[in-house]
Design a protein around this ligand. Sequence first.
Ligand code: ADP
Ligand code: MG
Length: 659
Amino acid sequence: MHNFSNDNPLVYTVKGLCRVCYTCVRECPVKAIKIISGQAEIITERCIACGNCVIVCSQGAKTYYSSIEKVEDILLNNKQKILCVAPSFAAEFTEIENYRIFVGMAKELGFDLVTEVSFGADLVAQAYKNVFENESTKTIITSDCPAIVNYIKQYHPNLVEFLAPIVSPAIAIAKVLKKKYNNDAQLVFVGPCVAKKAESESFDENLTFSELRLMFEKHNIIPDRVTAADFDKPISGKGAFFPVNHGLLKSLNKTEGFGKGEVITAEGKTKFREAIQEFENGVLKNQHLELLCCDGCIEGPGMSVKGQKLVKRMKISEYVNNKLNKLDNEEWEKEKEQYSKLDLTREFCTNDQRLPQPNEYEINNILISMGKVKDKDMLNCGACGYETCKAYASAVVEGLAETEMCLPYAIEKLHKSNEELHQSNMQLSDTKVALKQSEKLASMGQLSAGIAHELNNPLGIITLYSSILKDELNNKSELFEDIEIINEQAERCKTIVEGLLNFARKNKVTLKETNIVEFIEKSFKSFVKPDDIQIEFNYDIKCQLVKLDVEQMMQAITNIEKNAVEAMPNGGLIAISINEVKGSFIIKISDTGAGIAKENLEKIFTPFFTTKGVNKGTGLGLPLVYGIVKMHKGKINVQSNNQPDNGSTGTTFTITLPK
Ligand code: ADP
Ligand code: MG
């Protein structure tokens, strides 16, 4: 036997093969599986070696320690080699017609003797009978299944005292064989059980049927080519019923109720736990528990074929009934008598692996963090491997599970991050547009700074001299009108150049605390308002103080207001509002003017774009506004309708400024 430990585990994960489907988490009766770096890993000290995870993993990511190499070594040494076969072999090697051929194959492999475990079961059955019939016996839990023994030692240590103090059939037969044959014979057990590999030191090595099959294959041992032989002694009887349910009772000549109390049989990972729980709760009084971890040993993880339980039972029945028909009762009784004094007692110690029960508060916090607040949020879908959301949350508290294992939660999270991704994509494309715009503006700024600078002086001189000439000329003179045009046009050029210079200068802001309401009110005085245009001003803000570059922002706001006036030659309404949203001020300036054509919407911030005809617009107003708003780390948007069919026409500029 080996000392299995974390470094040398009995059942373990084959790294890389696990696809984290949580099936093993679901099937593990003792929560001994934890997701670590994307792999479902077995926590060795919690594992009871039942092998359920090995059976259910479709990826072959769970496996157990292989004894093949050690057995090959044993077969090479010159000591006597005895193979001890568990009775479920009849359910495993169904393709071999006669058990005698199976024995021949084992001998061909190199075993000197091939014996049956069932004689051990015969002896153990007698020992149980004695215990049951003893008046002072209260209640007993059978201890022949090593995974059940592990389970009780680890998770119900207070019940260890109820475990039948009797060795398993395998240990019993090992004792018999050491007496009957050579004391230093090499004993190898073969059966359907993985937990057996760690049960005792009675055997030098414990194979599973699957491993024995591999060895037959490797050594090319096939049924047709071997010499059939009988099992070596001791002969055995009903003990061979052990691996099927009520097996123990069958071998005691009983099928139900026994002695003072009843024997309750429970098999399989759910039923055996329920039975133990009820037993612990005191529901099952004066009753004995016959427990098997697998669905009978014939469903053990070391069987190469899963399922087909009925066929397997039938094969065992066939084998045992045949055997019983031929049984030499006298010899059997004699053999039993011979070993009746054998010490079959055994003691169990506890190995408490219970985790402290997480408190409700911690469990609730986890549930809430996964958005499970109301009863209807508890889907109890089992996708995570736990039966209920609550059991799962408590496993998270215990450090055995992670919140990512909740499928509905993960899907919701995925949706959310999809949405976020979408949002940031949108933002990105907005930013791209803005970037293009500011690139344009930057190069415009440089160019216009240069030109404006050069033109400013000559234009000043032209206006100055044309004014002097105009003053000196009598307005009756023929030249007067010409000079007036020159003077007018020169003035116009100067305005454009000033605009350009303004534009080029805007590359930094000097922020000053200002009352925004007063500031907007002041802007109404900065342009000429025709009588047929009304102004409406509303605000809904808590604090009126903001930091602005007053001079530049005033220019921006009045530019928009002037545009609004120009868009309403027949009068209308300018509505201005200030609101507060999440750390920003929102200034809206709407007009009821003609609106902007769709195709022009994206051009209006481009320098020199104007629809106002020669001598009227410069196309520098909105680019300036754009630059100023951006320098305040703000945003500007425009919405407009120029189609009367779609409702009333007009334009709204929205400026968002961070506080
Ligand atoms: P300008 O006013 O010199 O034409 P702007 O840069 O201020 O230059 O405006 C550019 C263009 O945007 C205008 O020519 C006009 O077509 C359009 N525009 C701006 N504001 C409005 C508005 N409130 N209503 C309709 N069109 C507008
Ligand atoms: Mg303008």
